[in-house]
Design a protein around this ligand. Structure first.
Ligand code: ADP
Length: 454
């Protein structure tokens, strides 16, 4: 069911219910009012008749009947009857109507002083009238034609007004819900025009205040993120192809060059050696790209386990010293009294990869290759620093170095692909850690990894 139809039905339903209650209560009070009025009138007539008949000696039943015939205030099918204490009818104003009450009913009137009841359209009131030596029961009955007609009239008016109200509310609800949903329709048609080819399109945010404007701006925010992700993905693919194309072009031209004419075995060996180096380079690029892609996967699950950071740093120091025998790697931890404070929850393999990247960068960008590593526990957590006294990073490059494939302007003499720091940052973020860089061109660089106290 469309929202417009649902809103209209709900709105109409609520108004129908409220108005039904209002109409029913109006009818109920009108009904009660008529009944009370008529009962009161019957009781008055009963008392007046009894008084005239029983108190005024000059008035006989015949005289009273004559008086009643000429009375203008007579009810339809009116009948007033008086019964004595022996339940004998001593007077009846209408010879065509007889109450014939049984004695229990008369006794009930005597017990309650006044009661009323209804027999079909005929309404009867019984009252007690006491004289010095007798206790009479007076029954007065009649049909309230005028009151019932009024009531019927009121009922018809209420019914008609109820139907009219429902129709008006339904039409108004349909118009108003249509108006309220118009901007949503506009949003739907605007959104329908957006595809991968025009992701830069943005929705109209109108007055920027109401909920629909907020919906549009939320949608625009999502489009911003999508466009950004799309752009990043495009540039990632372009950069990755570029990085892979370079060594492939070199390999191809080397092979083509050596095939131009007959070469000596020594020359072939040299060419193959060079091709092998380029192949290794290619394999390393594809390895790093794989790592970055895996780390960027949305459903990445990291295996958290307790990792003792001083052990990890010692392992890395030994590993890097063996891998780069020419390099100087110093590790000077400030160990706390409680060694357990150096244990963090993390993926040991990923943490190892991140710090290894930072150490190898430090070695790569310093001459002679040397890095200094520190580890200390502070009030806010654990801090690891990787410092070198190498070429440093220029101010303009600092904000971009964590972008995939970004390489500093001063790195042309150093090999690399600009992927390492993106991997490091992704790992650090996945662990809820933080990485900062401080660098002075020509003087050196310090990377600081802060691990908050969990
Ligand atoms: P790569 O080292 O392959 O260029 P990275 O992503 O590891 O790629 O680093 C990105 C850039 O950050 C480098 O090109 C370099 O400009 C800068 N950089 C990173 N580490 C250092 C460092 N220790 N000293 C100087 N520059 C660095």
């Amino acid at each position: 069911m469309q929202i417009r139809t649902r809103l209209t039905l709900q709105f109409t339903g609520i108004v129908a219910l409220i108005s039904l209650l209002a109409h029913l209560s109006i009818y109920f009070f009108a009904f009660q009012y008529r009944k009370n009025q008529f009962t009161e009138r019957l009781a008055d007539k009963a008392i007046t008749t009894a008084e005239l008949l029983l108190k005024v000696d000059q008035i006989t039943p015949e005289l009273l009947n004559i008086y009643n015939q000429y009375n203008k205030d007579i009810l339809h099918k009116e009948c007033i009857a008086v019964f004595n204490y022996r339940n004998e009818e001593v007077y009846s104003s209408n010879k065509f109507i007889h109450f014939n009450p049984d004695w229990t009913l008369l006794n009930e009137v005597r017990a309650y002083k006044e009661i009323s009841w209804q027999e079909g359209e005929f309404e009867i009131v019984g009252v007690v009238y006491t004289t010095k030596n007798n206790r009479f029961v007076v029954l007065a009955g009649g049909i309230d034609i005028w009151g019932n007609q009024n009531l019927l009239y009121i009922r018809n008016i209420l019914f008609t007004s109820y139907i009219i109200i429902l129709l008006v509310v339904m039409i108004a609800g349909w118009i108003f819900s249509g108006r309220a949903l118009k901007p949503i329709k506009a949003i739907i048609s605007e959104v329908n025009t957006i595809s991968a080819t025009n992701l830069s399109t943005r929705l109209d945010e109108g007055n920027r205040k109401d909920e629909l404007a907020r919906l549009s701006s939320t949608f625009n925010g999502m489009l911003d993120r999508l466009e950004n992700a799309f752009r990043l993905q495009k540039s990632f693919v372009a950069n990755a192809s570029h990085e892979l194309k370079n060594p492939l072009t070199i390999i191809r031209s080397q092979i083509e060059l050596s095939l131009l004419r007959e070469r000596s075995p020594e020359e072939y060996r040299k060419t193959l050696q060079s091709v092998l180096e380029d192949m290794k380079n290619l394999a390393s690029i594809s390895d790093r790209l794989m790592q970055l892609t895996q780390l960027s996967a949305d459903d990445l699950r990291i295996q958290f386990e307790p990792v003792r950071l001083d052990d990890l740093m010692w392992e890395l120091t030994t590993e890097c010293s063996q891998k780069h025998p020419e390099a100087v790697i110093k590790f000077a931890p400030e160990l706390p009294d409680d060694a357990d404070t150096l244990i963090v929850q993390g993926d040991k393999h990923l943490l190892h990869l991140a710090i290894l990247n930072l150490i190898e960068n430090g070695l790569k960008f310093s001459n002679p290759p040397a890095v200094e590593l520190t580890l200390k526990v502070t009030a806010s957590g654990i801090v690891i620093q990787i410092m070198d006294k190498g070429i440093g990073i220029q101010k303009d490059d600092l904000k971009n170095i964590f972008q995939p494939f970004y390489r500093g302007n001063n790195t042309s003499s150093v090999s690399g692909h600009g992927i390492g720091l993106s991997i490091v940052q992704r790992i650090v973020t996945l662990h809820g850690m933080k990485i900062d860089v401080n660098s002075t061109p020509g003087k050196g660089t310090t990377f600081t990894v802060s691990i908050p106290r969990s």
